[in-house]
Write a protein that binds this ligand. Structure first.
Ligand SMILES: NC(=O)c1ccc[n+]([C@@H]2O[C@H](COP(=O)([O-])OP(=O)(O)OC[C@H]3O[C@@H](n4cnc5c(N)ncnc54)[C@H](OP(=O)(O)O)[C@@H]3O)[C@@H](O)[C@H]2O)c1
Length: 268
């Protein structure tokens, strides 16, 4: 499968588009590709103002679905509503949450919400949409947003890095199953991005915009869209992140985890 994705005048669904990387990917699809966007997140006000901005500035169609992707019923509703009135051509599963701290202090309900959002909703939506594309003969594409943390065991983000390891492995395997069915699956694995995610986790002092290896959401979105449109199966943006993932493949995982612990230890 080597034909590029054409997003112009077609619908792409983007989850987690109320801030950060998702919001910038939605903007880029509208501004740079002339594509229509269907944005998903919990914060209605943010989604509605984004849709208004994209319609008025770029003349595309934009709509939103307010949903909590940690809830199975909302995940099913996203698929039903997305496919009821329109032909979706691209699906970018980006919504995610993290935490920073000792694994023993991670609240159990927070862990379950993270697992449901970062893993379960991505598996459910990717299979629903992939099956839909195959049944309708849509040569569409899916992109799953993982992380460099999916290649390296990250102490003090132990469960989060586990969710991303799952998504990288799952996405790359799914890509092989789908490649002969005309549907591409891209795993996009960025490193640090200056977004609300780092602020909410309390990590924004350690990883700041402008620091080596920390990208702006806009720069990262440009990399992500390029990978999606070119139907790459795995994409890691930036030289530093690529070097880190190469090191993670070549060096013992225990050594990588030990080095990473020094960067993330709370009482550094
Ligand atoms: N920032 C980084 O350093 C970094 C690095 C590597 C990978 N990533 C990954 O990149 C993706 C985007 O993260 P970001 O940095 O852009 O973070 P962000 O600015 O915090 O955005 C996260 C998005 O996910 C949505 N979301 C969270 N929980 C949700 C839920 N239960 N249901 C529906 N939507 C939900 C949020 O919207 P609402 O709150 O409105 O629901 C928001 O739009 C994530 O998968 C993250 O793991 C981030």
């Amino acid at each position: 499968m080597n034909r590029m994705m054409e997003l112009r005048a077609r619908w792409t669904l983007v989850t987690g588009a109320s801030s950060g990387l998702g919001q910038e990917m939605a903007r880029s699809i509208a501004r740079d590709q002339g594509g229509n966007v269907l944005v998903v997140a919990r914060r209605r006000d943010r989604l509605e103002s984004l849709c208004e901005e994209l319609r008025s500035r770029y003349g595309v169609q934009a709509a939103c679905i307010v949903a909590d992707l940690s809830r199975p019923e909302d995940v099913e509703r996203v698929f039903t509503e997305a496919t009821r009135e329109r032909e979706v051509h691209g699906v970018i599963l980006n919504a995610g949450v993290t935490y920073w701290g000792e694994a023993l202090k991670l609240d159990w309900s927070a862990f379950q919400a993270m697992l449901d959002t970062n893993v379960t909703s991505m598996v459910r939506l990717s299979t629903l949409f992939a099956r839909h594309f195959v049944e309708h003969g849509t040569r569409g594409g899916l992109m799953l947003i993982s992380s460099v943390a999916g290649f390296i065991p990250v102490p003090y983000q132990a469960a989060y890095s586990g969710t991303k390891a799952f998504i990288t492995s799952y996405g790359q395997a799914l890509a092989q199953e789908m490649r002969h069915k005309g549907v591409s699956v891209t795993v996009f694995a960025p490193g640090g991005i200056s977004t609300e995610l780092l602020e909410k986790a309390g990590l924004s002092d350690r990883f700041k915009a402008g620091d080596l290896g920390v990208m702006s959401a806009q720069e990262c979105a440009a990399h992500a869209l390029r990978a999606f449109i070119h139907r790459k199966e795995l994409s890691v943006p930036g030289l530093l992140n690529q070097t880190l993932t190469l090191a993670a493949r070549l060096l013992p995982r225990g050594f990588m985890a030990q080095r990473t612990a020094a960067m993330y230890r709370p009482e550094r």
